[in-house]
Design a protein around this ligand. Structure first.
Ligand SMILES: *[C@@H]1O[C@H](CO)[C@@H](O)[C@H](O)[C@H]1NC(C)=O
Ligand SMILES: *[C@@H]1O[C@H](CO)[C@@H](O)[C@H](O)[C@H]1NC(C)=O
Ligand SMILES: *[C@@H]1O[C@H](CO)[C@@H](O)[C@H](O)[C@H]1NC(C)=O
Ligand SMILES: *[C@@H]1O[C@H](CO)[C@@H](O)[C@H](O)[C@H]1NC(C)=O
Ligand SMILES: *[C@@H]1O[C@H](CO)[C@@H](O)[C@H](O)[C@H]1NC(C)=O
Ligand SMILES: *[C@@H]1O[C@H](CO)[C@@H](O)[C@H](O)[C@H]1NC(C)=O
Ligand SMILES: *[C@@H]1O[C@H](CO)[C@@H](O)[C@H](O)[C@H]1NC(C)=O
Length: 552
């Protein structure tokens, strides 16, 4: 019986539904009859209704009280703008962001040396084995600029590498390591500012330290990446390897057998072999980390070498990987289709090399690039490289497609001596906002650089290619400029480290944070061509509405 009904239901599902509906209605009608015909039940239901509405009202009241009247126990809103000053001090080219106090807002780390010891921080240089004044690393809150911790880090300036993981038993999760001049190695816990370890380093007395401090794979098998310091002494580059967990030197000094300059990097070939690459005059020099490790310790290393690269290095008898056209200025690792590729900037050309066979992918000649290029996204999810061609009145900003070298956008934007480097920040639409320094007013004029010109900061977004937004201008000497996302989505801010141009002449050092959205209402719209929204306010609104994403 039920079987046939079910079968029917399967064949006529809608019909069945209809019938159910009808039955339902009938049932309800019956119930209604029952209720109206029995007065005692009706009083009870009124009570129920009252109880129901009362509890609903109480619920809403609680929701209302919780959401509107009781203030949230939330942290205070971060300040859009803040600055920190030191009166008679010098500073160095280092600025990093990290969430030090774990309030989910990025905090700022920088170095300074206060030459007026009477207003020095209470932890003295002597406590850490330096003479006063010494270089101090400071962490300030990204939310309001209050000092979180300060700690002597070196005698005079330093190479810094942050976010180095530390072994579990050290009690610290990550450290910043400072290689100071004339020879010290200090590790500071990024979160507390406590010194984890500190040693005088064995760098040669007359050696000049080449930047940057390189992080090499864990060669001493303690689970922490190790460090490589390159120095230049009497026309020869030497390498010193230090343990990332204790700071002890591993082995002796090892010569790379070449002369070179700052700007080295660690490259991983597709075979998984690690090579140190550095610019040496008009060539690209290199050596394997395995080879260097074996040279300094005399022991075998489990690291790999790449046969292709070894052949190349061997073929030249020295450690040259290739000759470039003109003096090699910058070397950059860029993401490629399969692993990392290399971008080479020389005095005559800008070239993308395959990360495995070093074959040129594209070359942009007749480029006078004096600044390190910056990466960003011009088209969604497609990397572009920003290069500054020329200097002074003749400077041009070029945005090139990284995979083809095609020019996507170019704009004359005169630069002033001492302008900081360009920057970019990814936006939620998978492109990037770009930040350029310069002075647009000089375009097309033959006038000389004004002596008192202020550095102007321009913002650009690829969805408005004919517009530059002049966000701010600064007259002080800018040592370092960064754009960072302080909190997810909206809180993008510019960070400026300003101070004396020379470490020999102390002056006012300041670190300032400016939230990008707070700079936009007072910004000036510069129209480069026809197009874009009609009113300046509409342009500012478009820029204000930009959302940012963190670099994945
Ligand atoms: C050093 O700092 C003290 C206290 O802040 C100040 O009174 C003094 O003028 C400063 N000296 C110099 C040379 O700036
Ligand atoms: C530095 O000052 C802080 C408080 O301002 C204090 O807790 C700390 O012990 C002082 N450190 C030294 C080395 O005097
Ligand atoms: C700054 O913010 C921190 C939290 O990030 C807070 O603990 C501190 O009291 C604030 N300082 C000032 C001066 O507002
Ligand atoms: C450093 O260089 C000076 C001269 O340039 C020389 O007299 C001195 O011996 C050198 N010191 C070392 C440790 O090589
Ligand atoms: C490098 O060349 C030398 C001879 O010039 C040869 O003895 C050596 O085996 C070669 N090394 C490699 C890794 O090919
Ligand atoms: C770079 O600038 C130089 C002179 O300033 C110019 O000759 C050259 O064509 C420019 N290169 C590109 C790719 O625009
Ligand atoms: C610098 O910026 C201020 C406002 O931020 C503006 O009034 C002034 O005209 C700008 N100066 C230059 C030279 O652009």
């Amino acid at each position: 019986m039920t079987d046939s009904k079910d079968l029917e239901a399967e064949i006529h599902p809608l019909k069945n539904e209809d019938r159910k509906l009808q039955e339902d209605l009938e049932n309800r009608a019956k119930k209604a009859d029952v209720l109206t015909s029995r007065p005692p039940w009706s009083r009870l239901s009124r009570c129920r209704a009252v109880a129901f509405f009362l509890s609903l009202f109480l619920c809403l009241l609680v929701v209302f009280v919780v959401s509107f009247i009781i203030p949230c126990p939330d942290r205070p809103a971060p300040q859009g703008t803040w600055s920190v000053h030191y009166n008679t001090a010098v500073t160095y080219d280092f600025l990093a962001t990290e969430d030090v106090n774990r309030d989910r807002i990025q905090d700022v780390l920088f170095l300074y040396k206060n030459t007026n010891s009477s207003n020095d921080f209470n932890r003295s240089c002597a406590d850490e084995g330096f003479s006063s004044p010494c270089t101090v690393v400071a962490a300030v809150s990204g939310a309001n600029g209050s000092v979180l911790w300060e700690r002597p880090a070196a005698q005079d300036g330093a190479l810094v590498e942050c976010a180095i993981p530390q072994p579990r038993d050290s009690g610290a999760s990550s450290a910043c390591i400072f290689v100071g001049r004339p020879g010290s190695l200090v590790a500071v816990d990024s979160f507390t500012g406590e010194t984890l370890w500190s040693h005088p380093s064995s760098l040669g007395g007359n050696a000049s330290i080449l930047s940057p401090l390189l992080r090499v794979p864990d060669v001493d098998a303690d689970g922490v990446p190790d460090l490589l310091v390159l120095t230049q002494e009497r026309g020869e580059v030497n390498g010193y390897i230090y343990s990332g967990s204790t700071g002890h030197q591993i082995g002796h000094r090892g010569s790379l057998g070449v002369d070179g300059t700052s700007g080295s990097l660690l490259h991983v070939t597709r075979a998984g072999a690690h090579y140190v690459l550095l610019p040496c005059a008009s060539s690209l020099c290199g050596c394997s980390v395995k080879g260097l490790y074996e040279k300094v310790t005399g022991r075998d290393s489990p690291l790999k070498t790449d046969p292709l690269w070894e052949d190349r290095l061997n073929a030249t008898a020295h450690r040259l990987l290739l000759h470039s056209s003109g003096a090699l200025r910058y070397l950059m690792k860029v993401p490629g289709k399969a692993g990392e590729d290399l971008l080479l900037v020389s005095s005559e050309a800008c070239e993308l090399l395959d990360g495995q066979d070093l074959a040129p992918r594209w070359t942009l000649s007749a480029a006078q690039v004096l600044r390190k290029p910056t990466l960003g996204h011009y088209k969604p999810d497609t990397l572009a490289v920003v290069i500054e061609n020329g200097t002074g009145i003749d400077r041009q900003i070029l945005l090139l497609d990284l995979s083809t070298g095609a020019i996507l956008w170019s704009q004359a934007l005169p630069g002033l001596p001492g302008d900081p480097q360009s920057a970019s920040l990814p936006t939620a639409d998978h492109r990037s906002a770009f930040f350029f320094w310069g002075l647009h007013e000089l375009t097309g004029t033959n006038q000389m650089m004004p002596r008192d010109a202020r550095h102007s900061l321009y913002m650009f977004h690829p969805t408005l290619p004919s517009i530059l937004l002049e966000l701010a201008n600064v007259s002080a000497n800018i040592v370092t400029f960064h754009v960072a996302l302080f909190e997810p989505s909206r809180h993008a801010a510019c960070l400026l480290l300003m101070g004396p141009a020379s470490p020999d002449a102390p002056g006012l050092v300041s670190v300032a944070k400016h939230k990008v959205r707070d700079l936009i209402p007072s910004s000036r719209v510069v129209r480069l061509a026809e197009g874009g929204p009609d009113s300046d306010q509409a342009v500012r609104d478009r820029f204000s509405r930009l959302r940012y994403r963190s670099e994945a």
